[in-house]
Design a binder for this molecule. Structure first.
Ligand code: TRP
Ligand code: ZN
Length: 474
């Protein structure tokens, strides 16, 4: 370690006593690194202002969790690789519950402070803007189930035979420390150790599995960036199957499915078997499948109240495992998972596209034109509670207008630009922001580029307007 780091003040230079500043200047430390300041404790998301943290970007999470369903405890290590985006004297991670046992930055012990869901790490030496660093947190405890503002449950859900982790919008901080805002995407390696006899499934490609001393360790890798809310873990008794699909990719990819045997029946098995065909169909409409693995996780009814588009491997309770929901969650792989909202205000970009995918399925497979689905959505009063781009509060981000009226916006664009341009837009949007983030403003600007004209009337009435237009033709 360079000695100059040791001399750095722990506070902003502006607050350092003048004599200290003079000493620093004299010792040749008057570079930009002197005034390292703490990274922000939140990214000011319009709905979840404390979510995420400023001052660094995570590029990779290496998570290792051992879970014992009997005690419901995890014993875990998280190693994050990150880049400082400012001179940093300290930085925060989001973590709900659990006990931090130790923390290091670049191998040296770091001071740790907890305040609610904010974990503050103060490295021995400031980090320079642009510096790549590794931080390792050893932690353990019984992870929390988080109740959302809308009353639904997420985070870590113990099941009769294991556990299920789902993180939309804020639940992932219940099982690992991180920068838990959708704008900071990273690659992941997840290593799960469970009692032998149980299976442990996560996102991405299966890397290895070995059993020793009565415990099975399974390693999963996600080489494409993922928002933390899309990380999942499913531990329990599962029947797994590995197939493959091309879905517009050159090499093809593994399709790994896992279903709880008590949730399995002929209908569920037939649906799981359709995943490659559905992904091929979606790739024709949306462009090449964006990830190097695919699949699904189906757990028992009651273990989860909703399906979630966890990356590469969406999670379904048996009760929500039907054709429309499968089409919806698979479509999210392009819209939501690969092209991720810049903030939780842009949620309609997830749900509007995924709902529109259901309308396209009805059009292509069930003789129901999207225009009929549009008119049904128009007639449904629940869709008119608020404009999709402006949910009134955090408890409304998964409400009907975000889904149904979001899809109506897309249908209005289709009507305005025609089918050829519209399908080019579906593919072009997925390509333009592949593996990245995008906002509502990015979308409206892009749609207008494709249209070659202003679409303000659509945005004003359908995306931002209060109340219901007089007619579907407005
Ligand atoms: N985003 C999920 C989907 O559309 C649904 C979802 C996740 C949800 N969390 C929720 C719905 C909380 C209501 C409440 O597939
Ligand atoms: Zn959805």
């Amino acid at each position: 370690m360079e000695p100059r780091h040791v001399l750095r003040p722990r506070r902003p230079a502006a607050r350092a006593a003048p004599v200290v500043a003079v000493l620093l200047l004299l010792s040749g430390c008057g570079d930009a690194g002197v005034d390292g300041t703490p990274g922000a404790a939140g990214l000011r998301d319009p709905y979840f202002p404390k979510l995420g943290n400023g001052g660094y970007d995570v590029t990779h999470y290496d998570l290792a969790l051992a879970y014992d369903p009997k005690t419901r405890r995890i014993d875990a290590t998280a190693e994050l690789t990150a880049t400082a985006t400012q001179d940093l004297s300290a930085f925060n991670l989001d973590l709900a519950g659990l006990t931090v046992r130790a923390a290091t930055v670049d191998g040296a012990p770091a001071a740790v402070r907890r305040a609610g869901k904010e974990l503050t790490l103060r490295p021995r030496a400031d980090l320079d803007k642009g510096e790549v660093f590794r931080t390792r947190i050893v932690y353990s405890g019984v992870p929390e189930t988080v109740t959302d503002p809308d009353g639904s449950e997420e985070g870590w859900l113990p099941t009769a035979d294991g556990a299920l982790a789902v993180g939309e919008p804020t639940g992932s901080m219940a099982w690992f420390p991180g920068n838990h805002h959708p704008s900071d995407k990273a690659t992941y390696t997840v290593t799960l150790t469970v009692p032998a006899g149980l299976k442990a499934v996560s996102n991405g490609r299966p890397v290895s599995e070995r059993t020793a001393d009565g415990r099975t360790t399974t390693v999963w890798n996600s080489p494409e960036p993922m928002a933390s809310y899309l990380a999942t873990v499913a531990i329990g008794t599962f029947r797994t199957h590995t197939g493959s699909v091309r879905a517009g990719t050159s090499a093809g990819l593994p399709v790994v499915t896992a279903i709880d045997p008590s949730a399995a029946d002929a209908e569920a098995d037939a649906l799981l078997a359709r995943i490659p065909e559905l992904l091929d169909w979606q790739a024709e409409n949306f462009g090449p499948y964006p990830f190097s693995a695919a699949g699904a996780i189906v757990d028992r009814p009651g273990d989860l109240g909703y399906a979630l588009e966890t990356q590469t491997r969406p999670v379904f309770p048996r009760t929500a495992f039907d054709t429309a929901t499968l089409v919806h969650e698979l479509a999210h792989q392009w819209y939501g998972d690969s092209v991720t909202p810049e903030s939780w205000r842009d949620m309609w970009l997830n749900e509007g596209f995924a709902t529109y995918a259901e309308w396209l399925y009805a059009e292509d497979f069930e003789d129901t034109p999207a225009q009929d689905s549009f008119e049904d959505a128009f007639a449904d009063e629940a869709n008119w509670a608020f404009p999709p781009a402006e949910p009134p509060s955090a408890e409304n981000i998964s409400d009907a207008p975000v889904y149904g009226r979001g899809a109506m916006v897309l249908h209005k664009v289709r009507r305005a630009v025609g089918d050829d341009a519209f399908f080019a837009l579906l593919r072009g949007w997925a390509a333009k922001h592949r593996h990245a983030n995008a906002s509502t403003a990015d979308f409206t600007a892009y749609a207008e580029t494709v249209a070659g004209e202003s679409l303000d009337e659509i945005w004003d009435v359908w995306l931002y307007g209060d109340g219901k237009p007089r007619s579907p033709e407005d």
